[in-house]
Ligand binder design. Structure first.
Ligand SMILES: NC(=O)c1ccc[n+]([C@@H]2O[C@H](COP(=O)([O-])OP(=O)(O)OC[C@H]3O[C@@H](n4cnc5c(N)ncnc54)[C@H](OP(=O)(O)O)[C@@H]3O)[C@@H](O)[C@H]2O)c1
Length: 327
């Protein structure tokens, strides 16, 4: 089969398309998917650069989400059928013609979605569900801040939080991204290149502070985030684009009884991911079927042009998801 192989960690020159690779075999509870499209996620770039360790047993090939057809099932698979079209969270190996994953990590392609759209759902929706709903415990009428509102993560976080009845604040680089976030339902968007989000949200919420922050920035955003949080506020970290070392005022932590946590999806157990898949199927998939939650595809590149897809993400001008097509 054909796949993108990392020969040398670092820039794109170290990665290449290779053919003639062995097709992976599904284990007992796994399915083999013929990939028609794969989502590009920022963790893929970190992996290519050598900054994201592949968990034990996972494919070293990049790619954490796909859509395609099941072409082989493991001996204990009962829920999935040959020929079924699915979108799936995969533990790695998505930038390839074939990939294996646990049968429970496959979800139906939502009504009316193209295969490219379906390929961009899983990595971000699993991450948002775990961090915003389970760890972050977002509730109706709370105020929620997600940084990077035009990212794959931000796009889904804004829409799901609005569905829940929260007030949604976000930050982006420019006007195009700001307009995009308002179109998704955000209540207030700060363009961080011209405004300080801390000052704007401090005055905007007029003393009614933020209840939950989903943060992918870290660095100097951390202290500002802490200052914006309400009593019993929660800060959930999923990345640290501006650095992982931060300064914490323990006084604020204690006085406001702030909850600090975070997580990474890829190394979580098969059982945990299966549980999340079940929750998404019950709660979020009906919202996708009824178009109450939408996916916006920024661009689609053929697998052979994976370098252009990575360059587009690294340049940071995309809105929503970037997809690789194998059709
Ligand atoms: N923990 C997990 O399990 C997990 C899983 C998946 C993804 N992630 C992380 O989640 C983040 C989003 O992933 P993605 O795949 O959706 O990538 P992405 O689309 O490239 O998102 C990165 C976002 O960061 C924003 N950003 C950068 N600097 C910023 C700043 N100073 N202030 C506000 N926003 C800023 C960018 O928007 P602007 O152009 O507006 O700056 C961009 O939208 C990544 O950092 C990724 O590593 C974590």
């Amino acid at each position: 089969m054909k796949a993108v192989i990392i020969n040398k960690f670092g820039d794109l020159g170290g990665s290449t398309i290779k053919t003639g690779l062995d097709i992976p075999r599904p284990g007992k509870n796994e399915v083999l998917i013929k990939v028609r499209a794969a989502g590009v996620n920022r963790p893929d770039i970190l992996q290519r650069q050598g900054l994201y360790k592949v968990p034990n047993g996972a494919s070293p090939i990049m790619g954490l989400e796909v859509a395609g057809e099941i072409v082989e099932t493991g001996e204990s698979v009962i829920e999935k059928n040959l020929g079924e079209s699915v979108c799936a969270l995969v533990p790695g190996g998505g930038y390839a013609e074939y990939v294996v994953t646990n049968e429970n990590h496959c979800l139906p392609v939502p009504k009316g979605l193209s295969i490219e759209e379906a390929a961009g759902l899983c990595e971000c929706l699993f991450t948002v569900w775990i961090n915003m709903m389970k760890l972050g415990q977002l509730k109706e009428k709370e105020t929620f801040l997600v940084h990077g509102g035009s990212s794959g993560i931000g796009m889904f976080a804004i829409q799901l939080a609005k569905q829940l009845g929260a007030t949604v604040l976000t930050t982006v680089k420019n006007k195009e991204k700001s307009d995009f976030c308002y179109s998704l339902g955000a209540d207030k968007v700060v363009q961080y290149s011209t405004e300080d989000f801390h000052n704007v949200f401090k005055s905007k919420t007029e003393g009614q502070a933020v209840d939950l922050i989903l943060d992918m920035i870290g660095g100097d955003y951390f202290e500002k985030n802490i200052d914006l949080l309400n009593v019993e506020g929660r800060l959930v970290s999923i990345a640290f684009l501006k650095g992982s070392s931060v300064k914490l005022d323990l006084g604020q932590l204690m006085m406001k009884r702030i909850h600090l946590t975070g997580s990474t999806l890829r190394p979580r157990s098969v059982e945990f991911k299966s549980q999340i898949a079940g929750e998404l199927r019950e709660t979020v998939w009906p919202l996708l079927d009824s178009e109450k939650v939408r996916i916006h595809i920024d661009s689609v590149f053929p697998l052979e042009k994976f370098k252009d897809a990575h360059i587009r993400m690294e340049n940071g001008n995309h809105l929503g998801k970037i997809i690789l097509s194998l059709d």
